[in-house]
Design a protein around this ligand. Structure first.
Ligand SMILES: *Cc1c(COP(=O)(O)O)cnc(C)c1O
Length: 486
């Protein structure tokens, strides 16, 4: 078979890809037959697979049969209609087709010249999405800003933190790095902490401001002001604020208008992280949660969470693209070309950490075109309605309480337990384990004001009302069993 390998023979591609599409379609058809949360033990796969790679080719049928019998048991089925954990990570046919096309073309679009369509489509599609979200014109690529697709919200916050850091250091000198201070709340995603570690921000200069249940876990402008005043008085340099619209823990919404004013008065870069809840802001009735974003320097939402775009696709917009480019650009000889040299084009390699990048805008473009904004709005509204239904069911059962107000499609709730806090927390922890061990639904947890809290996030593309109603029955049954056993 020496030299006989034809890895991209178009007839074999047609045959195998059709088989694979059938296999995936059957997977979706039968997705509810699998336990939602994988029930395997650590290391399970090593016992099932050979020690070394095959010397000779194997048949696709045999590989697919192993996927069925050995891989699927170790998969947690995020696309199951009974997946209510974390936040959703949507698939859709449009997103899937976009991924397929992107894999098919398989170009590496780091500079405009390496595939002009990849760069230009990304700019256009992010302008479309910015308009759908009613973001200010400053974020559009037609001005000094623009959008870029990052892999994840974590990369998004890292690149803007680097841009903001270097911007302030350019004016006060590199030696001041140890004086730079970052502000966020104790509800801000841990991605910010990681970004600070990478960016060399002194750990003692990361202000994690405490939130309170009486503010619904939103960042208090007063607490921010006080922290800034104190830091200035001891000679530190406030430079970055990360506000969140829809926190990961409980969908808290930080008051952007008030925070933006403080940030502006102090020359602080304001980043707005709306990784999950941003999608809902294409609906006019939820757009008010973004009021104040006009004053932000950067804004991020994950199309791969709740916007039917297969992972990964995190949309980031900045007002001043030159700040990103000054931090992240390189210009090695082997990448030099006329279009870049003459400054006629965007080279997205200068807006991100890696050099190489995929044609991710295709899938977002397919989602927007094959569904249209009206259907996308209806999709979001339906999940929010289903979460409202779940909340009502919780409220009707006096053994439970709602822990934080519901704003989008996440319900935070817990089983009441009339003893000390520790045993109440343990009961809820046990309930979570019992429910997830059934394999019938998957939910996750958080801790709010020291209360172990269950999170029920509606948002998988196959979830319907009956799944929500059944999930609640499972929770009630497991709660009854647990309470009887105490
Ligand atoms: C999910 C989430 C993140 C992290 O998203 P990744 O894309 O996985 O990095 C950050 N912030 C918020 C508010 C989130 O909900």
């Amino acid at each position: 078979m020496e030299g006989g390998l034809k890895p991209m023979d178009s007839e074999q591609l047609r045959e195998y890809a059709h088989q694979m599409v059938d296999f995936i379609a059957d997977y979706y058809k039968n997705i509810e037959n699998h336990p939602v949360l994988s029930q395997v033990q650590p290391g399970y796969l090593r016992e099932l697979l050979p020690e070394t790679a095959p010397i000779h080719p194997e048949a696709l049928e045999d590989v697919l049969s192993d996927v069925q019998s050995k891989i699927f048991p170790g998969v947690t089925h995020w696309q199951s209609p009974n997946f209510f954990a974390y936040y959703p990570s949507n698939s859709s046919i449009a997103g899937f087709l976009g991924e397929m096309l992107s894999a098919g073309i398989n170009m590496v679009g780091f500079s405009w010249i390496t595939s002009p369509a990849a760069t230009e489509l990304e700019m256009i599609v992010l302008d479309w999405l910015a308009k759908a979200l009613n973001l200010p014109d400053d974020f559009l690529s037609t001005g000094l800003g623009g959008g870029v697709i990052q892999g994840t919200a974590s990369e998004a916050v890292l690149v803007v933190l680097l841009a903001a850091r270097d911007k302030v250091l350019r004016s006060i000198g590199k030696d001041a790095l140890g004086k730079l201070v970052v502000y966020s709340s104790d509800q801000t995603h841990s991605a910010l902490q990681k970004a600070c570690q990478i960016a060399g921000i002194h750990p003692e200069n990361c202000r994690v401001l405490k939130t309170d249940s009486c503010d619904d876990y939103a960042l208090s402008p007063k607490a921010l002001s006080e922290a800034i005043t104190h830091d200035l008085s001891v000679g530190l340099v406030p430079f970055f604020l990360c506000a969140t619209v829809g926190t990961t823990s409980s969908t808290a919404v930080d008051p952007l208008l008030a925070l933006a004013k403080i940030a502006k008065d102090n020359g602080i870069w304001l980043h707005v992280d709306a990784a999950y809840a941003g999608s809902s802001c294409i609906c006019p009735e939820f757009r008010h949660y973004l009021d104040g974003v006009e004053e932000a320097d950067s804004f991020n939402m994950n199309a791969h969470k709740w916007f039917l775009t297969n992972f990964d696709c995190s949309a980031l917009w900045v007002k001043d693209r030159s700040a990103l480019i000054l931090s992240l650009s390189t210009n090695p000889e082997f990448l030099k070309n006329k279009a870049s040299e003459r400054n006629l084009v965007v080279d997205y390699k200068d807006w991100q950490i890696p050099l190489g990048r995929r044609f991710r805008s295709l899938k977002l473009w397919m989602v927007l075109r094959l569904y249209g904004l009206e259907n996308l709005q209806a999709y979001i509204r339906n999940h929010i309605k289903l979460a409202g239904l779940f909340e009502e069911l919780v409220n009707q059962d006096s053994r439970f309480e709602i822990v934080a107000p519901r704003k989008f499609s996440l319900v935070c709730f817990r089983l009441l337990h009339q003893q000390d806090d520790d045993s109440a927390n343990k009961v809820n922890h046990d309930l979570l384990d019992a429910v997830n061990a059934t394999g019938r639904i998957y939910i996750s947890h958080t801790v709010l004001s020291n209360k172990y809290t269950l999170r029920f996030a509606v948002g998988a593309p196959l979830t319907e009302e009956k799944h929500v109603v059944d999930a609640w029955k499972i929770l009630q049954d497991e709660a009854s069993t647990l309470l009887r056993s105490l």
